[in-house]
Design a protein around this ligand. Structure first.
Ligand code: FES
Length: 105
């Protein structure tokens, strides 16, 4: 059964902002890309780079791994450039009034 966790309010994560959420063993990067919120596993599939410390491109909705530069699509978790080639997990985002919530397993 998926569990719902609260992240923060929309005003605390404005467009262009990102934040790390920790839940049990999970580290999740939450990104506001030009007004749409996405959540992906905060661990690059290449060598565990912290994606939430990377560069967010709001036009393309990608984040660049700060370690070796792979670009990840925030919508799908798929890497768009090497060296990473395995997708990272994505998480469903729910907007409940002002509150951003995630569905986690
Ligand atoms: S750790 Fe992300 S590209 Fe190497």
């Amino acid at each position: 059964m998926p569990e719902t966790i609260e992240v923060c309010t929309l005003s605390e994560l404005p467009p262009g902002a990102m934040r790390l959420v920790e839940h049990d063993e999970l580290e999740i990067g939450v990104f506001n890309c030009a007004g749409t919120v996405y959540a992906i596993e905060d661990r690059c599939s290449h060598d565990d780079g912290p994606l939430v410390e990377g560069l967010l491109d709001e036009a393309q909705c990608t984040v660049e791994c700060p370690r070796h530069g792979s670009l990840f699509d925030l919508k799908t978790g798929r890497p768009l450039s090497l060296p990473a080639y395995v997708p990272v997990d994505t998480f469903a985002v729910l907007i409940d009034g002002e509150m951003i919530k995630l569905e986690v397993e």
